[in-house]
Design a protein around this ligand. Structure first.
Ligand code: HEC
Length: 123
């Protein structure tokens, strides 16, 4: 019991948890774009905290350097987004949005997010 508690404390002190790269690929047919997927996805699930228009406490603790209001901001953070929120062949990440935040993306939307990020990296 004590050991389990100590482990928990260590986990809590090593900084923000980071998931694994999903290994997603950009689908050749009907690839998701910023307009068709990225913009509405971020608007629905992420901008409540990760927006340049949110200041101070309104960010709910989201780092001031991590915002997704525009396509270029998303492109600066492709690897991070993949590891925090996307599903793919090599991992399923649901660290973001925070557990207690609603709405949460469906599993299918997380798969699509991985594909979208792969497409942005390739564009
Ligand atoms: C309720 C507020 C909230 C929402 C909504 C939210 N986040 Fe976060 N995000 C945070 C907080 C707080 C942190 C810093 C602590 C942490 O990393 O757990 C963070 C950190 C991050 C980081 C940096 C992690 C790192 O260290 O690399 C990324 C990337 C991220 N979020 C992506 C997303 C994505 C993508 C979404 C939408 C699917 C999202 N977040 C939705 C609050 C939020």
């Amino acid at each position: 019991m004590k050991a389990a508690l100590a482990l928990l404390l260590i986990a809590a002190c090593t900084g923000d948890p980071v998931g694994e790269d999903t290994g997603s690929t950009c689908p050749p047919s009907d690839p998701p774009t910023y307009a068709s997927f990225g913009q509405p996805f971020m608007q629905t699930y992420c901008l409540a905290c990760h927006s340049q228009s949110k200041l101070g406490d309104d960010r709910n603790g989201a780092p001031v350097t991590i915002d997704f209001d525009t396509r270029s901001l998303i492109r600066e953070n492709t690897s991070r987004i993949d590891k925090q929120a996307a599903f793919g062949p090599t991992s399923k990440n649901r660290l973001m949005p925070d557990d207690d935040h609603q709405p949460q993306p469906s599993d299918a939307e997380r798969v699509r997010l991985g594909e979208y990020i792969a497409c942005e990296i390739g564009r």
